[in-house]
Write a protein of this length. Structure first.
Lengths: 132, 57
């Protein structure tokens, strides 16, 4: 497929975090990966007891449900204009294995695994969140 | 299966994006394939009341 040129007049990006990519220009292949555990705690006093490990949660080692094979669709693309024109782009954040690119890219593979916890000072339910 | 795509002129004035997150892509350009996966577990379902130290496994 013939790839178009991308023309962007102005970009404003505030934050780029956690295995993310901002690329200006063409690329062939990109692979991003990020995993995180976020613990929000009432009172916000943290100690060694708050230690949490990726291997204690099955979310981080179960297989991703990615397609087993490429699409059998045969695609023909006709580029009638060789440039994509964009005026202004305003992005607050790019995070957790994400990509913001101006330019063409042949193939992208990405994976993000995020687990959130909230801990309250007082609660009547005592749950064990470890699942593996 | 066959598919024919005609990309005519593309002119965009202004794009405003909050956040591109959790294995997502914002692309100004052409692409052949994306394989993107995201696992996300968040409260209230994941609320850990009391200890979050694993008791089993």
């Amino acid at each position: 497929m013939q790839q178009r040129t991308s023309s962007v007049h102005n970009i404003k990006l505030n934050g780029l975090t956690y295995s993310s990519i901002v690329n200006i220009g063409d690329a062939t292949y990109a692979r991003t990966n990020a995993k995180g555990i976020a613990v929000q705690k009432e009172g916000a006093v943290f100690s060694g007891d708050d230690d949490v490990q990726f291997e204690d949660y099955s979310l981080f080692d179960r297989n991703a449900n990615v397609p087993a094979q490429k699409s059998p669709v045969q695609k023909r693309t006709h580029q009638h204009e060789e440039t994509i024109h964009v005026g202004d782009i305003n992005v607050t954040g790019v995070s957790q294995a994400s990509i913001f690119q101006v330019g063409s890219i042949h193939e992208v593979t990405g994976e993000a695994r995020i687990k959130h916890f909230r801990q309250y000072l007082h609660g009547s339910i005592h749950t064990n969140q470890a699942d593996s | 299966m066959n598919m024919e795509v005609h990309n005519w002129g593309l002119h965009v004035d202004h794009v405003n994006v909050g956040t591109v997150s959790a294995s997502s892509v914002f692309l100004v350009g052409d692409n052949e394939s994306f394989t993107l996966s995201s696992f996300y577990d968040t409260p209230p379902e994941a609320a850990a009341i009391g200890s979050i130290v694993p008791l089993s496994g």
